[in-house]
Design a binder for this molecule. Structure first.
Ligand code: ASP
Length: 336
């Protein structure tokens, strides 16, 4: 293994260059603006088509996993340059697909391109290289998929993009940061996952046929029923419910859930609150949901809930197994 970090550029604002802005064609084009970058022991891999992360797809995710798989033994860690918009989805999914991960996989990006004098990109990238390069900088190994953004190191499957402008663009409302990044980088060891002893491998299975609906007063339950029942390719429904997991208690709403549930479609209940957790059964509403077999999403983010469901469906699990998997944490994504 080389004592190096692999930077994988998938696209996003951070690596844009030129006027008008366009994706860089190679690492030199990015690094020449910032000679300091040449000092770091890194190799560089660039996706053939750099994307705006709003164009992320299951195929894109599989390709990313393959790049890590092919290079896993060669590097101390990985830095993924990625657009901020869907970074939390990519990070969450990677945390389910990279099994027995014993090295840091650090996603980073920027609110403005690195070529801008006030850009946040350079600092985000250098912090990420330090964390991925761990022993080169006397930093403990973080054996996790994480997001490094503006002095914050967050577990990716606990993170959300919560600001489209502020340099503190990400937060992790239900799990404390994995490190304090200031003059020193201090990894908080009791917040990181243990280093696995089993061999690393990847899973390349995603079934994206899930639907997420956020509840609001006045939502007609027939819309949900018609949409799900008329689209048999939908294999799971995720409801972003109120507060501690509450939904309307009307006969129409509960009957709609019953009908969908009877088709063996898993229904996952996650809260639309930014922090906190679904609690079942707390109110009459959630009591009804428990009786219907609705799955308790605990304190999972919607990004992790969606991608965990895609992963579990991809594995071909039935509804009982999916329920079981949502009662445990696969890679630190939920309280269990
Ligand atoms: N739309 C861009 C993206 O997610 C924004 C960014 O790069 O931060 O790719």
């Amino acid at each position: 293994m080389e004592n190096k970090v692999l930077i994988i550029n998938t696209g996003g604002t951070i690596g844009m260059v030129g006027k008008p802005l366009r994706p860089a064609t190679n690492w030199l084009e990015i690094a020449k603006e910032h000679p300091v970058l040449e000092k770091f022991p890194t190799d560089y891999y660039q996706f053939e088509h750099l994307i705006d992360s709003s164009d992320a797809t299951p195929e894109f995710w599989i390709k990313l996993v393959e790049v890590i798989e092919e290079n896993y033994d060669k590097y101390l860690g990985f830095v993924i340059l990625h657009g901020t918009d869907t970074m939390a989805y990519t990070g969450s999914l990677l945390s389910f697909l990279l099994k027995n991960l014993a090295k840091p996989v650090v996603l980073t990006g920027a609110q403005t391109p690195m070529i801008f004098p006030r850009s946040d990109g350079l600092q985000n990238l250098i912090n990420s290289i330090y964390i991925a390069g761990n022993k080169l900088y006397d930093i403990p190994v973080v054996p996790e998929v994480c997001i490094c953004f503006r002095d914050c190191l967050l577990r990716a499957n606990r993170s959300k993009k919560t600001d489209s402008n502020n340099y503190y663009g990400f937060s992790s409302p239900n799990y404390n940061p994995l490190a304090e990044i200031g003059a020193d980088i201090k990894i908080i060891k009791d917040r990181i996952l243990p280093i696995p002893t089993e061999k690393f491998y990847v899973e390349k299975i995603i079934n994206p046929n899930v639907l997420l609906i956020e509840l609001f007063p006045g939502l007609n339950p027939n819309y949900i029923r018609d949409f799900v029942i008329n689209n048999p390719e939908i294999k799971a429904l995720i409801l972003k419910t109120y507060g501690s997991g509450n939904t309307p208690t009307s006969v129409e709403f509960i009957d709609m859930l019953k009908e969908i549930s009877n088709k063996n479609i898993p229904i996952l209940d996650i809260t639309q609150c930014v922090s906190g957790s679904v609690k079942m059964p707390l109110y009459e509403s959630t009591d009804k949901l428990v009786k219907l077999g609705i799955i308790n999403g605990s304190d999972i983010t919607s990004e992790a809930g969606i991608t965990k469901m895609m992963y579990l469906l991809g594995k071909g699990y039935d509804i009982e197994r999916i329920r079981k998997e949502f009662s445990v944490s696969i890679s630190g994504e939920q309280f269990a």
